[in-house]
Design a protein. Structure first.
Lengths: 1015, 414
């Protein structure tokens, strides 16, 4: 389309100030798109500041009432500014505009509305909202029964949710990083920087991380002067200094996400979100082991609860200031400031300094503010002490405030026109990381906030604290206080890890005298229910003061109950702005003190982290390592139809062109039985057990006697769990006096090895035994069929005759010039050898077998042919005949349970009454009367039903196949007293209810005398 | 008790909801009750509820050390299904599932039971055979399930990738009437109904000792003093070992944290519950829009109700493999709950060596779905001394070797 190529640009009214914006590069203009509008910002903008600069205050809709939502904050705590970001394989829902750095070509759309942001039919007006108080859905939608699933739930789901679901596969990559440090410092404000400097000077290995792209935190915005320099100068000097310390690493855009036991910390780095690229991973997850962790995460300003505090244009005072100072953007032309503390005066002063109008400062404290208030007054700003907001006027944007006395019930004293409100209810330290791993909090009355209790810090394995806190996060409310605190904390932490920080005076900062804050949890104090039901606590989830009060009234008295009943703090910001305010309202409703009510639990991550970064590199082909046998490539090139077995892929069969899977399997069985087959058996577990006590150990592990096995011989062995159940089987070969080689099932190799080690390390730690899993050291090939010996003899080498290598013997030697270990064992009932060669020789040996075997039509076969042949022969398969509830006695394997041994794992368990009960389901063969194949997993029914109305059963199918050898369906199964009931016919219903009749027969269908395998 | 309805909401709206009464009373303990239940989780509350409703036993106290529903009942991933393999399991879970169907009406409390269907993916030949077996067993147990092919899986859940490079989806065991419910509401609904029957729910009251007279229970000691009883039900999940110790017997139970997490909320994109056992993870979408994800248990026994990270990593990996769209969502929150696991991964509903004490525990990673059925059966057991639904779940099964092993059919049992 022609038009699309034209660079259309939508010019909105600009609120960008002519000057200011310490983070902007005004020389570089950046283009972006919001809801289809083409807009411009500057390099250094966040999406939030750029939108605001284009006068786009309305950014989304709330979760429950779909009310218009604008920016409230300027950082990670922002609850409203969430957008669908990007397109296609780079689409991300719920991207927070305040932490999204602007880049050229960025596209975003607003969320949770239909049909448009400005006009959302889902909006619930004030009157209707009254029908949807906290917990309303528990009380309604009850009748009629089917309506919840079919009518109400779909409706609620549609209107809930925020961003859209991504559709395309992620085109970005992710990676994991590991770091090991002495001291991890989270937070790059002045406290974090100072702590890094002090800890660094002690020689400790330090990692300092900061979630945003810039350093220094709040201090530069608040005009700090440190050691006589501007905050920005001090920060840059400090960064230079840290850069010169080889033992200190500093990283920005790296967010401390979680702290776990044993000094394990998780951090999330955003590498290309601010500059998308195909050459770099998008995110990187850092997994850090730190001896000590310092959280210097600062504090977050709290909103105030007054009616209409959710109308776009009502913002945190600190955020309004951030936008002016950092980004040169004004949130409004006329801003009313409302506060209960001195800090918000800084906003008024900054606004005034930027040439903006501040018609009024409402200070809820009757006694008013301190030095900053004087400064504001001197600038000519009108200040009203003891006053509050009765209600905000406006719909999609603030148009004015109604002023009242804080002490009263909200009688309106005057109305002031304004287009923005900057509010401050005090500051709450960011205590999340401290709390993740069990750090406790104390209530600080003076500042009305919770802060970390140093006496109850998270402790490590030695019982000593491993997390410390400093700066604003510790409740320090002044620059010099934060710097001194940081220096002291870092000194203390250095000492804990056995280092000494050189004595140096911490930097000095000019502090202003602050008047004390007055806690204000409701505005005005005596607000009636009408006002309270318009005071928002949680902007995203639409939780109001009245909702928390209703929860308390209905008995949801625990914070956790209130949280869950009202959904307070459960939104994407996890209550960073709302939790303390909500708690205070709850405490007030319950007539309890805030600390008695307590907080909800802080859970990782601090802010949401991408799932992609959690998975890291391990996606797609790399999801799990694929284990390949030395013959894997040959299989792949010869029609292998793969089956995943553990982490291996094994050929289920080898399909020839035009052949079905079933036909291929039947062909492979016939070819092997008639002449010669080859199986890649390399995946079978091979564990070496060696040492003076190896025989004794294996006697405990296996039900059979292994210590008496002669070198050069093999024995089929069974392993049971402590509970007596059969867990694995395989052939054990004695290699020499103190060495055995234990074969396990393919899937069993790793866990049987672990099982051996568990017993050796926890119970029999004084036995002299070593184990080694050598599965991958060998390629093992089963040479099977009447021509097996002919083939090996043709290749020439060691004597493989029945006399030299009888059934169940093994020998080392050479075949066809290869060094081999040949086992004369059979899982098919045919004459069979399993030949092991070093893995590196596997492919060459396989090729030699194929070439020499051509005259006998040598046929490689897969796992399914293997299964059929063993079933024809009546051999059990772990995982088919066994399922963790079957004991060897059920399978007619009593002969493998040594009577000569005092003990083996499972022996005592098998003596329990139910296991010794003669009336158990036991192994039999099953033959359908019509020759069909019994359905897999079918049960045999018995008469009647049990006490719970379930049909009685008397057995089940464990393996079932079409046998090419017998030309009919054969099956193995477990049937009540089965071996005593040979010849009886029993019913196996299919899932559709139709019945297959089958006769109980001997499980050995093929060559019961063993003439073929023993030749 | 004032009934809840749309009408009641309209009535209350007119007066700004100032007229709603407490959902449950906050009583002081009496000296003695006929029955004391320790633990106001779902199972304890459901037991009390059915004692009152089915057996007319209403002089009951439910003692809770924290806040009701705050244990695993309030921190699970709410999967409800009954497609179990073994007969005794299928019987109690199906009873439970059928009670969920009418729970909102029975309790006059919307527990948001959403029978959206549960599927368990088969991603190996072995799993196909296992689930075919379960389907056969279920047919005879009266549990409606079916084995479906990969195309049907894709139809029911368009966001799934059925041809992942590592473990393509080969089919699934599908229970159309399985689903989810709102966990808190289940606890709250039962609590409200119990309180309404005159039962006392004593929150923030910890049982610190169990008092016996010889071989018989006479009462408990709590942080609010001694309380007597004729019968005592211990229903405390992860803390069962402690309570059994107080009563003087031992349990074959281990306590381990089970991990779970949610994503940020997004618009509806998944209408079923999916469990993928080979790769090990399971997921559904809550009514709020969060993708609710469950993983494995920590390898070491402990009581810290904290998330650890390595399981989250494995689970998220597995689920991105199955649902590639997840990669660009964000994890909002992770947590852990202490689950009580028995040797055969099946629960214990049993008399105990102490006369008058009954125990209900061992639901491990999967007992949310069992809450109503377990309450029904436990009440039957406590009132009548036995119940067909609990017969197989007695403590004696460990001594006799009569296990009810469900891990047979699937690696994870949620
Ligand atoms: C992460 C996770 C995910 C899960 N996912 C699922 C799922 O998808 N589907 C499913 O069916 N199940 C799931 N479960 C399992 C399920 O949550 C539990 O089996 C079930 O909730 C247990 O309920 P309960 O009432 O027995 O225990 P709880 O809810 O834990 O209740 C026990 C109560 O006993 C109290 N108590 C303990 N000691 C004392 C004492 N001394 N005095 C007084 N009170 C005491 C506790 O405070 C607690 O409130 C999951 C569990 C977890 C942790």
């Amino acid at each position: 389309m022609e038009l699309e190529n034209l660079q259309r640009e939508d010019v909105l009214m600009s609120t960008r100030l002519a000057a200011g914006g310490r983070l902007l590069n005004r020389g570089k203009s950046v283009r972006f798109e919001f809801n289809g509008k083409h807009l411009r910002g500057f390099d250094g903008d966040t999406l939030a500041s750029a939108l605001l600069a284009n006068d786009q205050m309305l950014m989304g809709r709330s979760f429950k009432y779909h009310r218009p939502r604008g920016l409230v904050a300027s950082g990670a705590e922002e609850p409203n500014g969430l957008v669908n970001l990007g397109k296609g394989g780079r689409f991300e829902p719920n991207a927070r505009v305040t932490t999204t750095e602007l880049f050229d070509g960025l596209t975003a759309t607003s969320q949770n509305h239909w049909p448009s942001l400005d006009f959302d039919v889902g909006v619930v007006n004030n009157y209707a909202a009254r029908f949807l108080p906290a917990g309303f859905y528990y009380k309604t939608f009850i009748q009629p029964r089917a309506a919840w699933k079919h009518v109400f739930e779909p409706f609620i789901r549609q209107s809930a949710g925020l961003g859209k679901a991504p559709k395309d596969r992620d085109v970005d990559t992710y990676e994991h990083f590991y770091a090991f440090v002495d001291v991890l410092i989270v937070g790059g404000g002045i406290a974090g920087l100072q702590a890094a400097k002090t800890a660094g000077a002690s020689g400790a290995k330090v990692l300092l991380i900061e979630q945003t792209g810039h350093w220094g935190g709040r201090a530069p915005v608040d005009g700090a002067v440190i050691d006589g320099k501007s905050a920005d100068d001090w920060i840059n000097n400090t960064l230079d200094l840290l850069d010169k310390m080889e033992n200190v690493q500093v990283r920005s855009r790296l967010m401390g996400a979680g702290i776990y036991d044993h000094g394990y910390a998780l951090a999330h780095e955003r590498l290309t979100d601010h500059a998308p690229s195909d050459d770099m991973p998008r995110h990187r997850l850092w997994r850090i082991r730190a001896k000590q962790i310092i959280t210097a995460t600062g504090a977050i300003e709290r909103p105030l609860s007054f009616a209409g505090n959710d109308i776009p244009g009502v913002m945190l005072a600190s955020a309004v200031r951030d936008y002016v100072v950092n980004y040169g953007v004004s949130a409004g032309d006329r801003t009313v400031v409302v506060t209960n503390n001195d800090d918000a005066y800084r906003t008024a002063i900054a606004l005034k300094g930027a040439g903006l109008d501040v018609p009024l400062i409402l200070d809820a404290r009757a006694s008013g503010g301190g030095a900053l208030a004087e400064e504001a007054a001197a600038l000519g700003i009108r200040i009203a002490n003891g006053k509050a907001i009765a209600s905000v006027k406006g719909g999609k944007r603030v148009t004015g405030v109604q002023v009242c006395a804080q002490a009263g019930e909200g009688a309106v004293l005057e109305e002031i026109a304004c287009d923005a409100i900057a509010m401050s209810g005090g500051w709450s330290p960011v205590v999340h990381l401290w709390s993740h791993c069990g750090g406790k909090l104390i209530w600080d009355d003076a500042h009305a906030h919770f802060r970390p209790d140093a006496d109850r810090a998270p402790t490590g394995a030695d019982g000593e604290p491993f997390v410390s806190v400093t700066g604003g996060a510790d409740g320090a409310m002044s620059f010099s206080g934060a710097l001194a605190n940081a220096d002291e904390t870092a000194r203390h932490v250095s000492k804990r890890i056995g280092r000494k920080a050189k004595k140096a005076t911490p930097p000095n900062a000019d502090d202003v005298e602050m008047a004390p804050l007055a806690p204000v949890w409701k505005m005005p104090q005596g607000a009636g229910i009408k006002l309270r039901s318009k005071m928002w606590l949680d902007y995203q989830n639409d939780v109001k003061v009245s909702d928390v009060q209703l929860a308390a009234q209905e008995g949801f008295e625990s914070v956790e109950h209130t949280k869950r009943y009202t959904t307070l703090g459960m939104a994407t910001d996890q209550g960073k702005l709302s939790n303390i305010n909500g708690l205070a309202v709850l405490a007030d409703s319950l007539n309890e003190e805030i600390p008695q009510v307590g907080t909800t639990t802080f859970r990782p991550p601090y802010t949401p982290i991408s799932m992609g970064s959690i998975a890291g590199e391990a996606t797609g082909e790399r999801f799990q390592p694929l284990r390949r046998t030395p013959l894997h490539d040959w299989h792949a090139g010869n029609g292998a139809y793969w089956e995943p077995v553990g982490h291996w892929r094994r050929p289920y069969c080898f399909q020839r062109s035009g052949e079905s899977v079933e036909d291929a399997v039947q062909r492979e069985v016939k070819a092997t039985r008639d002449s010669l087959g080859l199986l890649d058996a390399s995946t079978l577990g091979k564990i070496i057990v060696k040492g003076p006590d190896a025989g004794k150990f294996l006697d405990m592990l296996y039900t059979n006697m292994m210590s008496t096995l002669k070198p050069g011989r093999c024995r089929y062995g069974l392993m049971c769990s402590e509970n007596g159940f059969l867990m694995d089987d395989g052939v054990v070969a004695r290699i020499d006096e103190d060495t055995w080689l234990c074969h396990t099932t393919t899937g069993g190799a790793d866990h049987i090895h672990a099982h051996m080690e568990e017993w050796l390390q926890t119970e029999w730690w004084d036995w002299q035994v070593f184990t080694a899993n050598v599965t991958e050291q060998y390629a093992q090939i089963a040479v099977v069929g009447p021509n097996a010996r002919n083939l090996l003899e043709k290749l020439g080498g060691m004597d493989v005759s029945a006399d030299a290598l009888p059934f169940m013997a093994w020998a080392d030697g050479q075949i066809g010039g290869f060094d081999v270990r040949a086992y004369r064992i059979s899982f098919s009932g045919e004459l069979s050898y399993e030949i092991a060669v070093p893995a590196s020789q596997g492919r060459a040996f396989w090729d030699a077998l194929l070439e020499a075997g051509a005259e006998w039509q040598v046929t490689p076969y897969g796992t399914e042919a293997l299964h059929i042949m063993r079933a024809e022969k009546g051999f059990i398969m772990i995982g088919d005949e066994t399922d963790g509830t079957v004991i060897p006695q059920d399978l007619g394997l009593d002969w493998a349970l040594s009577k000569k041994k005092n003990d083996y794992l499972g022996k005592r368990a098998q003596q329990r009454s139910h296991m010794a009960d003669p009336d158990r389901w036991k192994l039999v063969g099953l033959e359908t009367l019509d020759g069909s194949v019994l359905p897999d997993g079918a049960y045999a029914t018995a008469d009647g039903t049990n006490a719970n109305g379930q049909r009685n059963t008397q057995g089940r199918v464990t393996s079932t196949y079409h046998s090419p050898t017998l030309g009919r369906g054969i099956a193995m199964g477990l049937v009540l007293n089965g071996p005593d009931r040979i010849g009886e016919v029993i019913d196996f219903p299919k899932t559709d209810g139709s019945i297959v009749k089958a006769k109980i027969v001997n499980p050995v269908f093929y060559d019961p005398e063993g003439e073929k395998q023993n030749v | 008790m004032k009934r809840y309805s749309a009408f009641a909401i309209a009535r209350e709206a007119a007066r700004y909801h100032t007229g709603w009464e407490r959902a449950w009373r906050a009583p002081e303990p009496q000296k003695k009750y006929d029955v004391i239940i320790i633990g106001a989780g779902g199972h304890g509350l459901a037991t009390a509820y059915h004692l009152g409703k089915n057996h007319g036993i209403k002089n009951v106290a439910i003692i809770e050390k924290g806040w009701l529903g705050g244990g695993n009942t309030g921190r699970n991933t709410t999967i409800i299904r009954s497609n179990y393999l073994q007969d005794p399991s299928a019987a109690i879970y199906e009873k439970s599932r059928s009670l969920y169907e009418t729970m909102s009406q029975d309790l006059n409390y919307n527990v948001m039971f959403s029978p959206r269907g549960v599927m368990m993916l088969a991603q190996t030949q072995h799993e196909i055979r296992g689930y075919q077996r379960t389907a056969h067993a279920n047919a005879l147990q009266g549990v409606q399930t079916e084995f479906i092919g990969p195309q049907k899986v894709k139809e029911l859940c368009p966001i799934i990738s059925i041809d992942g490079p590592r473990y393509p989806v080969l089919g699934a065991l599908w229970q159309a009437r399985g689903g989810t419910a709102r966990h808190d509401a289940v606890a709250w609904g039962y609590a409200r109904a119990c309180s309404d029957m005159g039962m006392d729910i004593l929150q923030r009251t910890e049982v610190t000792a169990i008092r016996r007279d010889g071989g018989k229970v006479v009462g408990v000691t709590t942080t609010k003093g001694d309380i007597d009883c004729d019968k005592l039900g211990i229903v405390v999940a992860g803390h069962s070992g402690h309570l059994a110790d107080m009563a003087g017997f031992r349990l074959p139970i281990e306590s381990v944290p089970l991990q779970a997490l949610v994503s940020e909320p997004i618009k509806p994109c998944m209408d079923v519950v999916i469990m993928a056992n080979t790769v090990h993870g399971y997921m559904s979408q809550s009514d709020k829009g969060e993708m609710v994800i469950g993983g494995g248990t920590d390898g070491h026994n402990n009581y810290t109700q904290r998330g650890s990270f390595h399981h989250v990593e494995e689970t998220v990996r597995a689920l991105i493999e199955t649902f590639p769209m997840l990669s660009r969502l964000k994890m909002l929150r992770q947590w852990g709950g202490i689950v009580d696991v028995t040797g055969d991964r099946s629960p214990i509903l049993s008399k105990t060596p102490v006369d008058g004490i009954f125990i209900n525990c061992g639901w491990g990673t999967g007992g949310f779905k069992a809450i109503p059925g377990s309450g029904w059966a436990m009440a039957d057991l406590m009132a009548n001394g036995r119940s067909p639904l609990t017969d197989a779940f007695g403590l004696e099964r460990f001594r006799e070797g009569r296990f009810i092993d469900e891990s047979v059919a699937a690696g994870v049992a949620h």
